[in-house]
Design a protein around this ligand. Structure first.
Ligand code: PLP
Length: 381
């Protein structure tokens, strides 16, 4: 049985056109990009070309792109690197950030940087009034994600950034889920730093970037040979960076089709979900076009994910890309969802290769599995 992949917010398959541009860098003699000879120089040229492709996909200048290995690293770099220069000032981040923003922020408490979470409302939108009042205290950094990986909810980053700038603080956004799914423009977002990652857009794992305003005073996480303007030492992963560049170019060309196609599938899916009495989270606010997050009362999300997997549908429960914790989603708890309902959460994230016929079969299987699991629970009770 071949399974249907419906977990594109966790990761995506490598596009064959991306693989093609990567292969020469894996197969043939490739120089170290810092070497002065012909092999090194051609690796350097390939990296700089990728930097331009990445910059163009997110409305930035190539000189603002700093390559890292993962989005996790870029988020750690932004949070720790900016706060390190401003010890003692508070860091603010939303209550629904990915752990690779909230955990580095917590770790800075040892340096005397107080971290505060900014609440979200029942739909998952940031409480801007609370942010404004928290900004009365001197703040080094505000980090708010562009789009949430679980609910897909999109924040008004430009407005939040303006408020942050007025208070004299720096603004970072984790745009990992926005790249390729939303129009993305670093300058229009008005932020100082922005994280993006290759493997969410059919690029390889092992490449990501922090897009950074060059005036920002930031400490590197990794010290060494001084690559990436001294901000991220370590020999560059040429093949992965070249692939990331190509994936960005393709994602930009495909973005509108992606949005149209996946939103139609999501609408079809959620129409069916309503007749199954599902609670659909954040459906009343702007979301990523491909993301549906829902729960069925009295059915554990984990149980449903396993049942669907057995029937050939790969979906996620709660936050798939953070850990294998069985705790209810911190995003839903922050939105005021009860722990019982939050434990039932299941995420379906569509991609370009999914079809309307797959959605129809998913809904059929879901209906049967819900009936079966409800019967099991009533026998057990
Ligand atoms: N930020 C968000 C919103 C994510 O969804 C993820 C997902 O994995 C990350 C950061 C981490 O990125 P990476 O997997 O490249 O480390």
């Amino acid at each position: 049985m071949t399974s249907v992949y419906l977990d594109h917010n966790a990761t995506t398959s490598l596009d064959s056109r991306v693989l093609e541009v990567m292969l020469p860098w894996l197969r043939e003699q490739s120089g170290n990009p810092t070497s002065r000879h012909i092999f090194g120089r051609s690796a350097r040229t390939a990296i700089e070309h990728a930097r331009t492709q990445v910059a163009e996909a997110c409305g930035a200048y190539a000189s603002q792109v700093i390559f890292t290995a993962t989005g996790t690293e870029a988020n750690n770099f932004a949070v720790k690197g900016i706060a390190a220069n401003q010890a003692g000032l508070q860091i603010l981040h939303s209550a629904i950030e990915h752990p690779c923003v909230s955990r580095p922020a917590q770790s800075l408490q040892q340096l005397g940087c107080k971290g505060h979470q900014v609440a979200v409302d029942q739909h998952g939108k940031l409480d801007v009034a609370q942010l404004e009042s928290l900004l009365d205290v001197p703040t080094s950094l505000v980090s708010v994600m562009l789009a949430n990986n679980e609910t897909g909810v999109i924040q008004d980053i430009a407005t939040i950034a303006e408020m942050t700038r007025q208070a004299g603080a720096l603004m970072h956004t984790d745009a990992v889920q926005g790249l390729g799914k939303l129009p993305l423009n670093f300058i229009d977002l008005n932020v100082h730093a922005m994280t993006i990652s290759s493997h969410k857009i059919h690029g390889p794992q092992g490449a990501a970037a922090l897009v950074l305003d060059k005036r920002v005073d930031i400490q590197p996480l990794l010290h060494g040979g001084g690559q990436e303007r001294g901000l991220r030492s370590g020999t560059e992963n040429v093949a992965a960076i070249v692939g990331f560049g190509m994936a960005c170019e393709l994602a930009m060309a495909n973005r509108q089709d992606f949005a149209k196609h996946t939103q139609a599938l999501r609408d079809q899916f959620e129409h069916g979900l309503k007749s199954l009495n599902a609670t659909i989270f954040s459906s009343q606010v702007a979301r990523l076009p491909n993301t549906s997050f829902f729960a069925i009362k009295d059915i554990e999300g984990e149980t449903l994910v396993i049942a669907l997997d057995r029937k050939g549908f790969a979906v996620a429960s709660g936050s798939a890309c953070s850990s294998d914790s069985t705790e209810p989603s911190h995003v839903l708890l922050a939105m005021g969802v009860t722990p019982d309902l939050a434990r039932g959460a299941v995420r379906v994230s569509f991609g370009t290769q999914n079809t309307a016929a797959q959605v129809t079969s998913l809904l059929d299987v879901l209906k049967n599995e819900i009936l079966r699991l409800k019967q099991l629970t009533s026998i057990a009770a």
